[in-house]
Design a protein around this ligand. Structure first.
Ligand code: HEC
Length: 128
């Protein structure tokens, strides 16, 4: 009887620990992504919802309709793109934005490293 309780206890402690580990991994990925963002994106994009700088605010971009930030003057190409910023589309965009939306006004970026893309997308998800 005693033994079973102990086992159950150890089992749930292990489960708890592994969910902490997952939370830690997400936080670490987002932190790494913030670095990638600062190096490659902040020159033109703000993480502040009320600010459009040279590019549209990226707050809430994951899942958003492309070209939909109020008061931002998108290119004709971007206004007509009709994309949803799913993870997959974001991945393609940061790997080669001009290939995804020919004629976009955003300077060419090319982040092809899969890990860096993952980090950046984890970070973008935290911008709410
Ligand atoms: C040189 C300035 C510049 C840099 C650097 C830049 N962007 Fe942009 N970005 C823009 C502009 C300008 C637009 C609007 C494009 C258009 O209208 O064609 C844009 C649009 C976007 C959009 C579409 C948003 C929407 O509302 O539809 C996303 C997503 C995006 N950028 C992500 C990024 C990410 C992530 C990085 C860093 C890897 C980055 N951008 C780097 C200027 C930039």
């Amino acid at each position: 009887m005693m033994k079973k309780t102990t086992q159950a206890f150890i089992g749930s402690a292990a489960l708890l620990l592994s969910s902490f580990a997952i939370a830690d991994t997400n936080a670490a990925m987002a932190a790494a992504g913030e670095q990638v963002f600062q190096q490659n994106c902040t020159a033109c994009h703000s993480a502040d919802p009320s600010k459009n700088t040279f590019g549209p605010s990226l707050v809430g971009v994951v899942g958003r309709q492309s070209g939909s930030v109020p008061r931002f003057a998108y290119s004709d190409a971007m206004s007509a793109a009709g994309l949803t910023w799913t993870e997959e589309n974001l991945r393609q965009w940061i790997a080669d934005n001009e290939a995804l939306v020919p004629g976009t006004r955003m300077r060419h970026v090319s982040i092809t490293d899969k890990a860096k893309q993952d980090y950046l997308i984890s970070y973008l998800k935290t911008l709410k």
